[in-house]
Write a protein that binds this ligand. Structure first.
Ligand code: ATP
Length: 441
């Protein structure tokens, strides 16, 4: 993880927030390459979940919502984690995650295991960030930064259904920021206090919910595989009775093996939530949230199957999955590679003149400019050609194109593939098509 964090900083994927002031606790900024990588992941999700389906609609609900929403959802009363303090080291820990924690003063032990540890009894700590709407800081104006995007979907259920005339079963999907005042954030962008979720709520007729739950469980695993995540590093984790929310009928996490001390951890949750959410919002708002099933002339509150995945956590999984160090045959210096799926790579091609003379920079600059109208490319003429290849390997660029002495003779260039290191000569005019066909899914 340390190597990855350092690569991410060095190449402009991810920076610590407000670094010049010493950083903010567990908040991170995405740099020029990071914003592209995360956007490619979000775009892929949006394409698969919304644009390529006729039974899911998109939504972008506001972060600030009516405070009653969070009473109805159960977050005001129950979105808490058990917090314990250590009176000796002043450390704070989640009482339910002590087995994953280390004593700051005696890292070989877990908190509570060392004789000097003095843990307080657990107390419930609400994870929602509170703020005030309007100029008065009084209890009547309290609002919350949403801890999940799902509630914006529930409260818009009828707006979306009636405006689009969707029939059940159908879903509503949203990508957006969420905020949780986590007790023990950490592990880089794995657990942060501000993060982005990609959530879809699928509304179904009661009685069909378990079948839809199975469908979505499989669909979502297929999506993670389509990112290029190694099948051996993915698994389902079924929620035990203790983990299951009281209203939930079934829940599975998709877990990814982050390696090291983290191991397998949740990256997505797939939940059968029954009719809990819409029923509660009906109760608290006094507005009916029923679906009218015209052919059967009956009204009912739909059940919800939810798929909820963190954009940042998937970005971390993709980075961990793709990072490798290897020895190249015939070379003494090893190389570091981000073996990103070409569709996710922030830069699709590096364009280089072999040397800075004989018209090569001019040809390569023009080629890069032409390519840029279709794909993100990076022009580089500094340093040895080997160094330039290595730099692109480290940021996951799948192709490198080199303009050399032969180019002026027959308008061909070499194209080098990141993983196989295979080089081919192709005509400069066909480079764009060559790359586009290989990065498209
Ligand atoms: P955890 O048990 O790890 O706290 P959770 O079960 O509370 O997660 P959900 O409420 O199911 O998580 O949220 C759905 C997804 O949102 C998670 O699978 C994860 O990818 C992402 N997520 C949740 N909390 C965070 C966080 N603090 N930082 C980054 N991503 C998060």
């Amino acid at each position: 993880m340390d190597k990855l964090v350092s690569l991410c900083k060095r190449h402009g994927f991810i920076f610590q927030s407000s670094e010049i002031y010493g950083g903010t606790g567990s908040v991170w900024d995405y740099g020029p390459l990071g914003v592209e990588l995360k956007r490619n992941i979000k775009d892929h999700w949006w394409r698969v979940m919304v644009q390529s389906r006729d039974d899911i609609e998109g939504l972008d609900a506001a972060i600030l919502m009516h405070p009653r929403v969070w009473e109805a959802s159960g977050h005001v009363a129950g979105f808490t984690d058990p917090l314990v303090d250590c009176k000796t080291c002043k450390g704070r820990f989640r009482a339910d995650k002590l087995e994953d924690a280390r004593c700051p003063q005696k890292p070989s032990k877990r908190p509570g295991e060392w004789e000097a540890c003095a843990l307080t009894p657990p107390r419930q700590f609400n994870l929602m960030f509170k703020t005030f709407m309007g100029p008065l800081e009084e209890s009547a104006s309290v609002v919350y930064l949403r801890p999940e995007t799902a509630q914006g979907i529930y409260v818009n259920f009828l707006n979306v259904q009636q405006s689009t005339r969707q029939k059940i079963p159908f879903g509503i999907a949203q990508i957006g920021k969420a905020f949780r005042n986590e007790i023990t954030p950490g592990n880089f962008i794995f657990r942060t206090r501000e993060f982005e979720q990609m959530e879809m709520q699928f509304f179904v007729e009661p009685g069909t919910d378990m079948a839809w739950f199975e469908t979505w469980k499989a669909e979502r695993m297929a999506w993670h595989l389509s990112l290029g995540l190694d099948p051996d590093r993915l698994q389902y984790h079924q929620h035990t009775n203790e983990e299951l929310a009281h209203y939930a009928r079934a829940a599975y996490d998709v877990q990814f093996d982050f390696g090291g001390s983290l191991g397998f951890q949740e990256i997505e949750g797939v939940h059968n939530r029954g009719d809990f959410d819409l029923t509660r919002h009906q109760e608290y708002s006094g507005k009916k949230l029923e679906y009218f099933d015209q052919p059967n002339n009956r009204r009912y509150v739909p059940c919800v199957v939810e798929t909820s995945v963190g954009a940042d956590r998937v970005t971390l999984a993709v980075l961990v999955n793709s990072y490798r160090e290897e020895i190249v045959e015939g070379e003494t210096e090893g190389r570091t590679v981000l073996g990103l799926h070409p569709a996710l790579a922030p830069i699709k091609a590096g364009v280089f003149p072999l040397v800075k003379k004989d018209g090569m920079p001019e040809f390569a600059t023009k080629l890069a400019a032409d390519l840029r109208s279709r794909i993100p490319v990076f022009y580089d003429e500094s340093g040895s050609i080997g160094r330039r290849y290595r730099r692109q390997d480290e940021v996951g660029t799948p192709f490198c194109i080199t303009v050399d002495g032969q180019t002026a003779v027959d308008q061909t260039v070499t194209i080098r593939e990141r993983d196989s290191l295979r080089q081919e000569r192709i005509s400069a005019a066909s480079v764009s098509e060559y790359i586009v066909t290989r990065i498209d899914r």
